[in-house]
Design a protein around this ligand. Structure first.
Ligand code: PLP
Length: 366
C-alpha cells in the first residue's frame, strides 16, 4: 500500500478539529489560569453529565487509580483482587500503597475478569476488587457487584479503555461507586499529554478525592489528609472538552471499523467477542492466533503496525516477585501468547481495512 498505515492516527483526528482545538488552547493561554482554571471545572461538569456520577479531573489514569485507592483508605497488607490480564498500572498502584494485588484470571472471549474466578481468591484480608473493562467493553458488573456485596468489598472500575462504553444500557464509570479513566492520547477519549479522571457517586468520597489530589488541602495551606499533586491541568481539560463533543460520533466510527474487520475475519479467525449486554468503544481490535509472532512479522513487512496487549501475565512480572502470591491464571497465560491488536482508530479508511484484512488472512494461511 503506498500510504502509511497508522496504528492509532491522532493526526487524522486533529485534522478534523484543529480550529476548535486551537481556539480552546488559546482561551486557556489568554486566561493564564493554567492550574484549576475554569476549563477544568467545565470539563468535569460535562463528564459528570455524560456518565451520571461526579467527575474529578486528575493528572493521569494511573494517578486516578492511586488517589481513589487512597480515598478508600487502602492499608498495607490489604488484599485487592485485580485481573492478571491488564496494563500494569491497575496492580502497580495497589503495590505502591503496600497492599497486595491478588491476580484473577479472565474470560477467554471478552478478556475481562472472570467472575467465577473471584470467590476462591477472597481472604480475610481482601478489601476490594478492581475489574478492568478491557479493550473497550465492560466487565460483568452485575455478577462482580453481587460477589462484592456478599463479602462486603468495594468495587472500583478501571475504565481507562472503556470510557463511553455501555453495560446493559448503563455507562461505563457508573457501574461501581468509584471508577477511573485515562486521557492518555491513544485511549478512546484522549488529550495531548497525560490526564485522567475519577468518578465517585458519593459526594463525601468525591470531596476526599479532590483533597487528596491537591496535597490533602481543604483550604489553602490547610492540609487535612496526606495527599499528592495529581491535578489535571487546564490545557488538557480544554482539549478533552473539544474532543468530547465529537466522541459519540467517533465511537460509532470505531464500531464501524470493528464491524468491517470482523466481516473479513469471521469465517477464518478468532474475532473479538462483545458480550450481548455490552457495547464496545473498541480501544483495541484484538485477534488470537497460535502463530501470532510470525503473523506480526509478516504484517510488519507489509507496512502494517500491530501491537500486543499484553504479552506478559502480571503475576509473572518481575516487579511483582515477592509481592504477588501463588496464582493460577491459565487463560491469561494462554492468551498472552496468542493475542495481537490491529490498527484501530475512528478514521481508518475502508481501503486500509481491506488491505490489512487481506494481509492478515494471508499471513494466517487462510
Ligand atoms: C492506560 C491504562 C491505565 C493508565 O492510564 P495512564 O493515563 O497512562 O496513567 C490504567 N489502566 C488501564 C487498563 C490502562 O489501559
Amino acid at each position: 500500500m503506498n500510504e502509511e498505515i497508522v496504528f492509532c492516527d491522532l493526526g487524522a483526528q486533529l485534522a478534523g478539529m484543529r480550529p476548535e482545538i486551537e481556539r480552546a488552547i488559546n482561551e486557556v493561554l489568554d486566561s493564564t489560569a493554567f492550574i484549576n482554571g475554569p476549563a477544568v471545572r467545565k470539563l468535569e461538569d460535562e463528564l459528570s453529565d455524560y456518565v451520571g456520577s461526579e467527575a474529578i479531573g486528575c493528572a493521569s489514569g494511573t494517578d486516578a487509580l492511586l488517589i481513589a485507592l487512597m480515598a478508600l483508605e487502602v492499608q498495607p497488607g490489604d488484599e485487592i483482587i485485580v485481573p492478571d490480564f491488564t496494563f500494569i498500572a491497575t496492580a502497580e498502584v495497589v503495590a505502591l500503597l503496600g497492599a497486595k494485588p491478588v491476580f484473577c484470571d479472565v474470560d477467554p472471549l471478552t478478556y475481562n475478569m472472570n467472575p467465577e474466578c473471584i470467590e476462591p481468591l477472597i481472604s480475610t484480608q481482601t478489601v476490594g476488587i478492581i475489574p478492568v473493562s478491557i479493550f473497550g467493553q465492560c466487565a460483568d458488573f452485575d455478577a462482580i457487584n453481587a460477589i462484592a456485596e456478599k463479602h462486603s468489598l468495594w468495587v472500583m472500575e478501571d475504565a481507562a479503555q472503556s470510557f463511553g462504553a455501555e453495560y446493559k444500557g448503563r455507562k461505563s464509570c457508573s457501574l461501581s461507586p468509584v471508577a477511573t479513566s485515562s486521557f492518555f492520547p491513544a485511549k478512546p477519549l484522549g488529550c495531548y499529554g497525560d490526564g485522567g479522571v475519577v468518578f465517585a457517586s458519593d459526594p463525601q468520597l468525591a470531596k476526599k478525592i479532590r483533597m487528596i489530589l491537591n496535597h490533602g488541602q481543604n483550604k489553602r495551606y490547610h492540609h487535612a489528609v496526606i495527599g499528592v499533586n495529581a491535578r489535571l491541568d487546564s490545557l488538557q481539560a480544554a482539549i478533552v472538552s473539544v474532543k468530547l463533543q465529537k466522541f459519540d460520533q467517533e465511537i460509532q466510527l470505531r464500531q464501524q471499523v470493528a464491524a468491517s474487520y470482523s466481516r473479513f475475519f469471521e469465517a477464518d479467525l478468532h474475532i473479538p467477542v462483545v458480550a450481548d449486554y455490552n457495547s464496545s468503544v473498541w480501544a483495541q481490535y484484538t485477534l488470537q492466533h497460535p502463530e501470532r509472532d510470525a503473523i506480526r512479522d509478516e504484517l510488519q513487512q507489509q507496512g502494517i503496525p500491530t501491537a500486543v496487549h499484553y504479552p506478559v501475565p502480571l503475576h509473572t512480572q518481575e516487579a511483582f516477585a515477592g509481592i504477588a502470591g501463588k496464582t493460577e491464571c491459565p487463560v491469561t497465560e494462554k492468551i498472552s501468547r496468542q493475542v495481537f491488536s490491529l490498527p484501530m482508530h475512528p478514521y481508518l479508511p475502508e481501503r486500509q481495512i481491506e488491505y490489512i484484512a487481506q494481509a492478515v488472512l494471508q499471513a494466517a494461511g487462510k
